[in-house]
Design a protein around this ligand. Structure first.
Ligand SMILES: [Ca+2]
Ligand SMILES: [Ca+2]
Ligand SMILES: [Ca+2]
Length: 226
């Protein structure tokens, strides 16, 4: 477990989701299924065989790398994914049961493959119809992250404006924006993706909204199920 995640989870409290609701991404570290332990390789599998994850790729293929392939270490565990399997792709998960007004936190690791690659995290409330891409969608958060191929970048919601859930299905999308190398099958490694859910905390005087937005005051605590 990395240091930042320990910090985030150190403040975890009881789950605030209804019974049966999901807290956190499923298989966010791409460790399941486990491929060829001790024999590093790259595996192309149908998204249906990868717990939790879906892809926008027309061939429905997700690419899993083992730790150390071509000199690239996993950020956590022994496996990670490349957003661009055979095609420029978005990997995503939908989560239900997050109460309206909940504060969403996130974290993930990103790395370029051949140079500087750019990933965009979109967090979208799918609206009453529960369908992505329709008029009632609300984009709750969107930000691009650029990383080179010499080290992993690790990002969290710390310091971001509060991301407030609206009570419908929430989609977490990791979008391949651009990649070095000019090949649709190359770019944007991802690992250790997760989210947490909390509630806004009462703000004691004399703390002000501006202080919160400046990241000086924690206003939520993350909760997460294993
Ligand atoms: Ca992993
Ligand atoms: Ca690929
Ligand atoms: Ca919708």
């Amino acid at each position: 477990m990395n240091k930042t995640k320990q910090l985030l989870l150190a403040s975890a409290v009881l789950t605030l989701l209804p019974m049966g609701a999901q807290a956190g991404l499923i298989n966010g570290g791409f460790e399941s299924p486990s491929f060829t332990p001790g024999s590093p390789d790259v595996s192309f599998i149908d998204a249906a065989s990868l717990p939790g994850w879906n892809t926008t790729a027309a061939d429905n293929v997700i690419e899993i790398w083992s730790d150390g392939v071509l000199g690239v270490p996993a950020y956590e565990g022994t496996q990670f994914a490349e957003l661009n399997a055979n095609l420029v792709s978005t990997l995503f998960q939908d989560s239900d049961g997050i109460a309206s007004g909940s504060i969403l936190g996130f974290e993930f690791a990103h790395r370029g493959r051949l140079g500087i690659d750019t990933l965009r995290l979109d967090i979208t409330d799918l609206g009453l119809d529960g369908v992505f891409g329709t008029a009632d969608d609300s984009l709750l958060f969107s930000k691009e992250y650029a990383d080179g191929n010499q080290s992993w970048g690790f990002y969290t919601s710390a310091g971001e404006a509060p991301i407030v859930a609206l009570g419908n299905t929430v989609r977490f999308s990791y979008v391949s924006v651009s990649a070095a190398g000019g090949n649709d099958s190359v770019g944007n490694f991802i690992d250790a993706a997760d989210f947490g859910v909390g509630v806004a905390q009462p703000i004691p005087e004399p703390m002000t909204l501006s202080m919160i937005l400046a990241g000086l005051v924690p206003v939520y605590r993350l909760s997460r199920r294993a």
